[in-house]
Design a binder for this molecule. Structure first.
Ligand code: PRP
Ligand code: URA
Length: 213
């Protein structure tokens, strides 16, 4: 399947991202390097994902004269990691947007039903005025992402974007059906899910590889 079959999906297309994702996929990549790669890919993707941030004009005084510049307009972006594995992408985004706020959504997939179970939810006030970037390395069945986005919308969020490293076609489709307004950015669109809901070829269990559990 190609990205063209999913109008809600953008596969961020860059040689550095492909190189780092290939290293992250390898079963021989140790935990420390895996963490660094997830972090670096998040930074590279954040550059593309924030391309449409609104700007406003400002005057700036150089040492020589006054000129016009721009700054990012509006309330600060909120980065929302889906716990646990999404935590591995937060610092990578904050490196580019250090003043962003951070919300947290705790969801764990029940291993037999594959349904997400929520155990934590905390986001900044006035969600209706903010733009949210949900981060999670894995979009598998899409249940966790769809639930995280639904939770944000229930609290008033109106502008949500999803950023993941590896997406399965099933997950992209599920998010498109549940949240047609949400654009999904991925470093790769993989082939399929296996019978226990893991992405193929994927990179394994992202939370376990990040945290050594
Ligand atoms: C993983 C991953 C996603 C979810 C994806 O988390 O980080 O949140 O599974 O699967 P889905 O698209 O089928 O919902 P997991 O539930 O394993 O929790 P963890 O991050 O704590 O390891
Ligand atoms: N969660 C993961 O961490 N990996 C997968 O392949 C699917 C869900």
């Amino acid at each position: 399947m190609s990205e063209h079959e999913f109008p809600n999906l953008t596969v961020v297309d860059h040689p550095l991202i492909r190189h780092k994702l290939t290293l992250a996929r390898s079963r021989d990549t140790p935990k420390k390097l895996f963490r660094e790669l997830v972090d670096e890919i998040a930074t590279l993707m954040a550059y593309e994902v924030t391309r449409d941030l609104e700007e406003e004009p400002v005057e700036v005084h150089t040492p020589l004269e006054a000129t016009r510049g721009t700054r990012i307009a509006g309330k600060k972006l909120v980065v929302v990691p889906v716990l646990r594995a999404g935590l591995g992408m937060v610092d990578g985004v904050l490196r580019l947007i250090p003043s962003a706020r951070v919300g947290h959504v705790g969801l764990a997939r029940d291993e037999s039903s594959l349904q997400p179970v929520q155990y934590y939810f905390k986001v900044p006030p006035a969600p209706e005025q903010r733009r949210f970037l949900v981060v999670d390395p894995m979009l598998a069945t899409g249940g966790s992402a769809a639930a995280a986005i639904a939770g944000l919308k229930e609290r008033g969020a109106r502008r949500v974007t999803l950023m993941c490293l590896v997406a399965a076609p099933e997950g992209v489709q599920r998010v498109a059906e549940a949240h047609p307004d949400v654009r999904v950015y991925a470093a790769a669109l993989d082939r399929q899910l296996n019978e226990v809901g893991y992405i193929l070829p994927g990179l394994g269990d992202a939370g376990d590889r990040l945290f050594g559990t």
